[in-house]
Design a protein around this ligand. Structure first.
Ligand code: AMP
Length: 355
């Protein structure tokens, strides 16, 4: 994706030294810094504007140092100091969104995971091709409004946090919809949402085999989404509309959940398919990813999104989750990332987990 250096040249600053772990001070940075520190890797905080004081309140998650720039557009100027520091960048939702997937992917600093995945995740059509060709069940998509035969959700390209989503109970209700940009119309799936935090390691032996390595489940959450999650109190979407409120899915927090144990095979099967297809399509998705879907009353799991990096829901589990505790007590996704870097370095396989 337009990066100037070859993979080998980009990883060159890491030769013969213990890497540092750097990320943007936002989203899941406390967890990432905490995990790096716990594994003996120096955390570096990247910030826009002066460092936030709240890191002083969390000594176990405070970066050893901060690199700051006045505005987001200046972030690429940090490439030289980051290379000098032997830093590995850990992408998270805010980091990639603020900078834009193309600009992020063009940074000549080693990135944890496969940067090629960002181009697949940020384009809803490409993401759908990936998931459908992996045999993953997804909500139906309607090419034309005349095909709509039930409730639908209309999503604009690139809409984040559900802002700009439009819900229609049926085809007639779609008449109220005036598009302001490119969009897709999807079946509105009724059921329970689950956001499953997986980790794929191509260099780990044992465990649940997948691709050339192992697939791990580290946690699960559900997102609190304002103001749609309040619908049940008002009774129906119309009530929100009557109150002059358009339903949105803006995330305001996360709650921990666990899945019925008998549904775990389904969860692993879907996640493994996504990983295996990613290997065929673009050399594989490495590290944390989140499978986001809805379990229907028929116990069918329909995936509406895959986030191909650490998600903020993992912040619930900085001291472990009901799943990660069964692998290693107290293991967070942030710590798992640092552990992967250390393991890859010790076995001379850094090139397989970095890009
Ligand atoms: P997304 O931007 O695709 O992650 O969707 C944002 C939110 O919209 C999700 O967290 C769900 O609450 C909701 N959502 C997305 N797609 C669907 C769907 N097909 N059916 C029902 N709810 C959905």
């Amino acid at each position: 994706m337009g990066q100037a250096l070859s993979d080998a040249a980009r990883l060159q600053p890491l030769e013969g030294r213990t890497p540092a772990i750097a990320t943007l001070c936002s989203h899941s940075s406390l967890q990432i810094f905490h995990g790096a520190r716990a594994e003996g890797l120096s955390p570096i905080g990247i910030c826009v504007g002066p460092p936030q004081r709240f890191y002083d309140a969390f000594p176990l998650a405070k970066p050893d140092r901060f690199l700051s720039v006045p505005k987001v557009a200046d972030l690429p100027t940090l490439v030289a100091p980051l290379r000098e520091a032997g830093a590995i960048l850990v992408p998270h939702g805010s980091f990639v969104e603020y900078l834009g997937p193309e600009k992020f992917a063009a940074l000549d600093v080693p990135v944890f995971g496969n940067r090629a995945v960002l181009g697949w995740e940020s384009d809803r059509r490409k993401e759908r091709d990936w998931l459908e060709s992996a045999g993953v069940p997804m909500p139906d998509r309607y090419e034309d409004e005349s095909e709509v035969d039930g409730p639908v959700i209309v999503k604009y390209y690139g809409a984040k946090g559900g802002k700009g989503f439009f819900l229609a109970k049926n085809r007639e209700a779609l008449a109220d919809f005036t598009p302001t940009g490119p969009y897709v119309i999807q079946e509105y799936v009724l059921g329970t949402r689950y956001y499953m935090h997986f980790f794929y390691s191509p260099i780990t032996d044992g465990g649940y085999r997948c691709g050339s390595g192992s697939l791990e489940l580290l946690g699960m959450d559900r997102r609190d989404e304002a103001n749609i999650d309040e619908l049940y109190k008002l009774g129906a979407q119309e009530e929100l509309l009557k109150a002059g409120l358009r339903p949105t899915f803006v995330v305001t927090g996360n709650v921990p959940v666990i899945l019925r144990e008998s549904l775990l095979p389904k969860a692993f099967d879907v996640a493994a398919r996504i990983v295996e297809r990613s290997i065929e399509l673009f050399g594989g998705m490495v590290g944390p990813f989140c499978v986001e879907g809805i379990m229907t009353e028929d116990l069918e799991f329909k995936v509406f999104e895959v986030s191909t990096r650490i998600v903020a829901g993992t912040n619930l589990f900085i001291s472990g989750s009901p799943y990660s505790d069964l692998k290693e007590p107290g293991l967070s996704t942030g710590r798992r990332i640092a552990r992967e870097v250390k393991h890859a370095r010790a076995t001379g396989r850094l090139a397989e987990v970095l890009s």
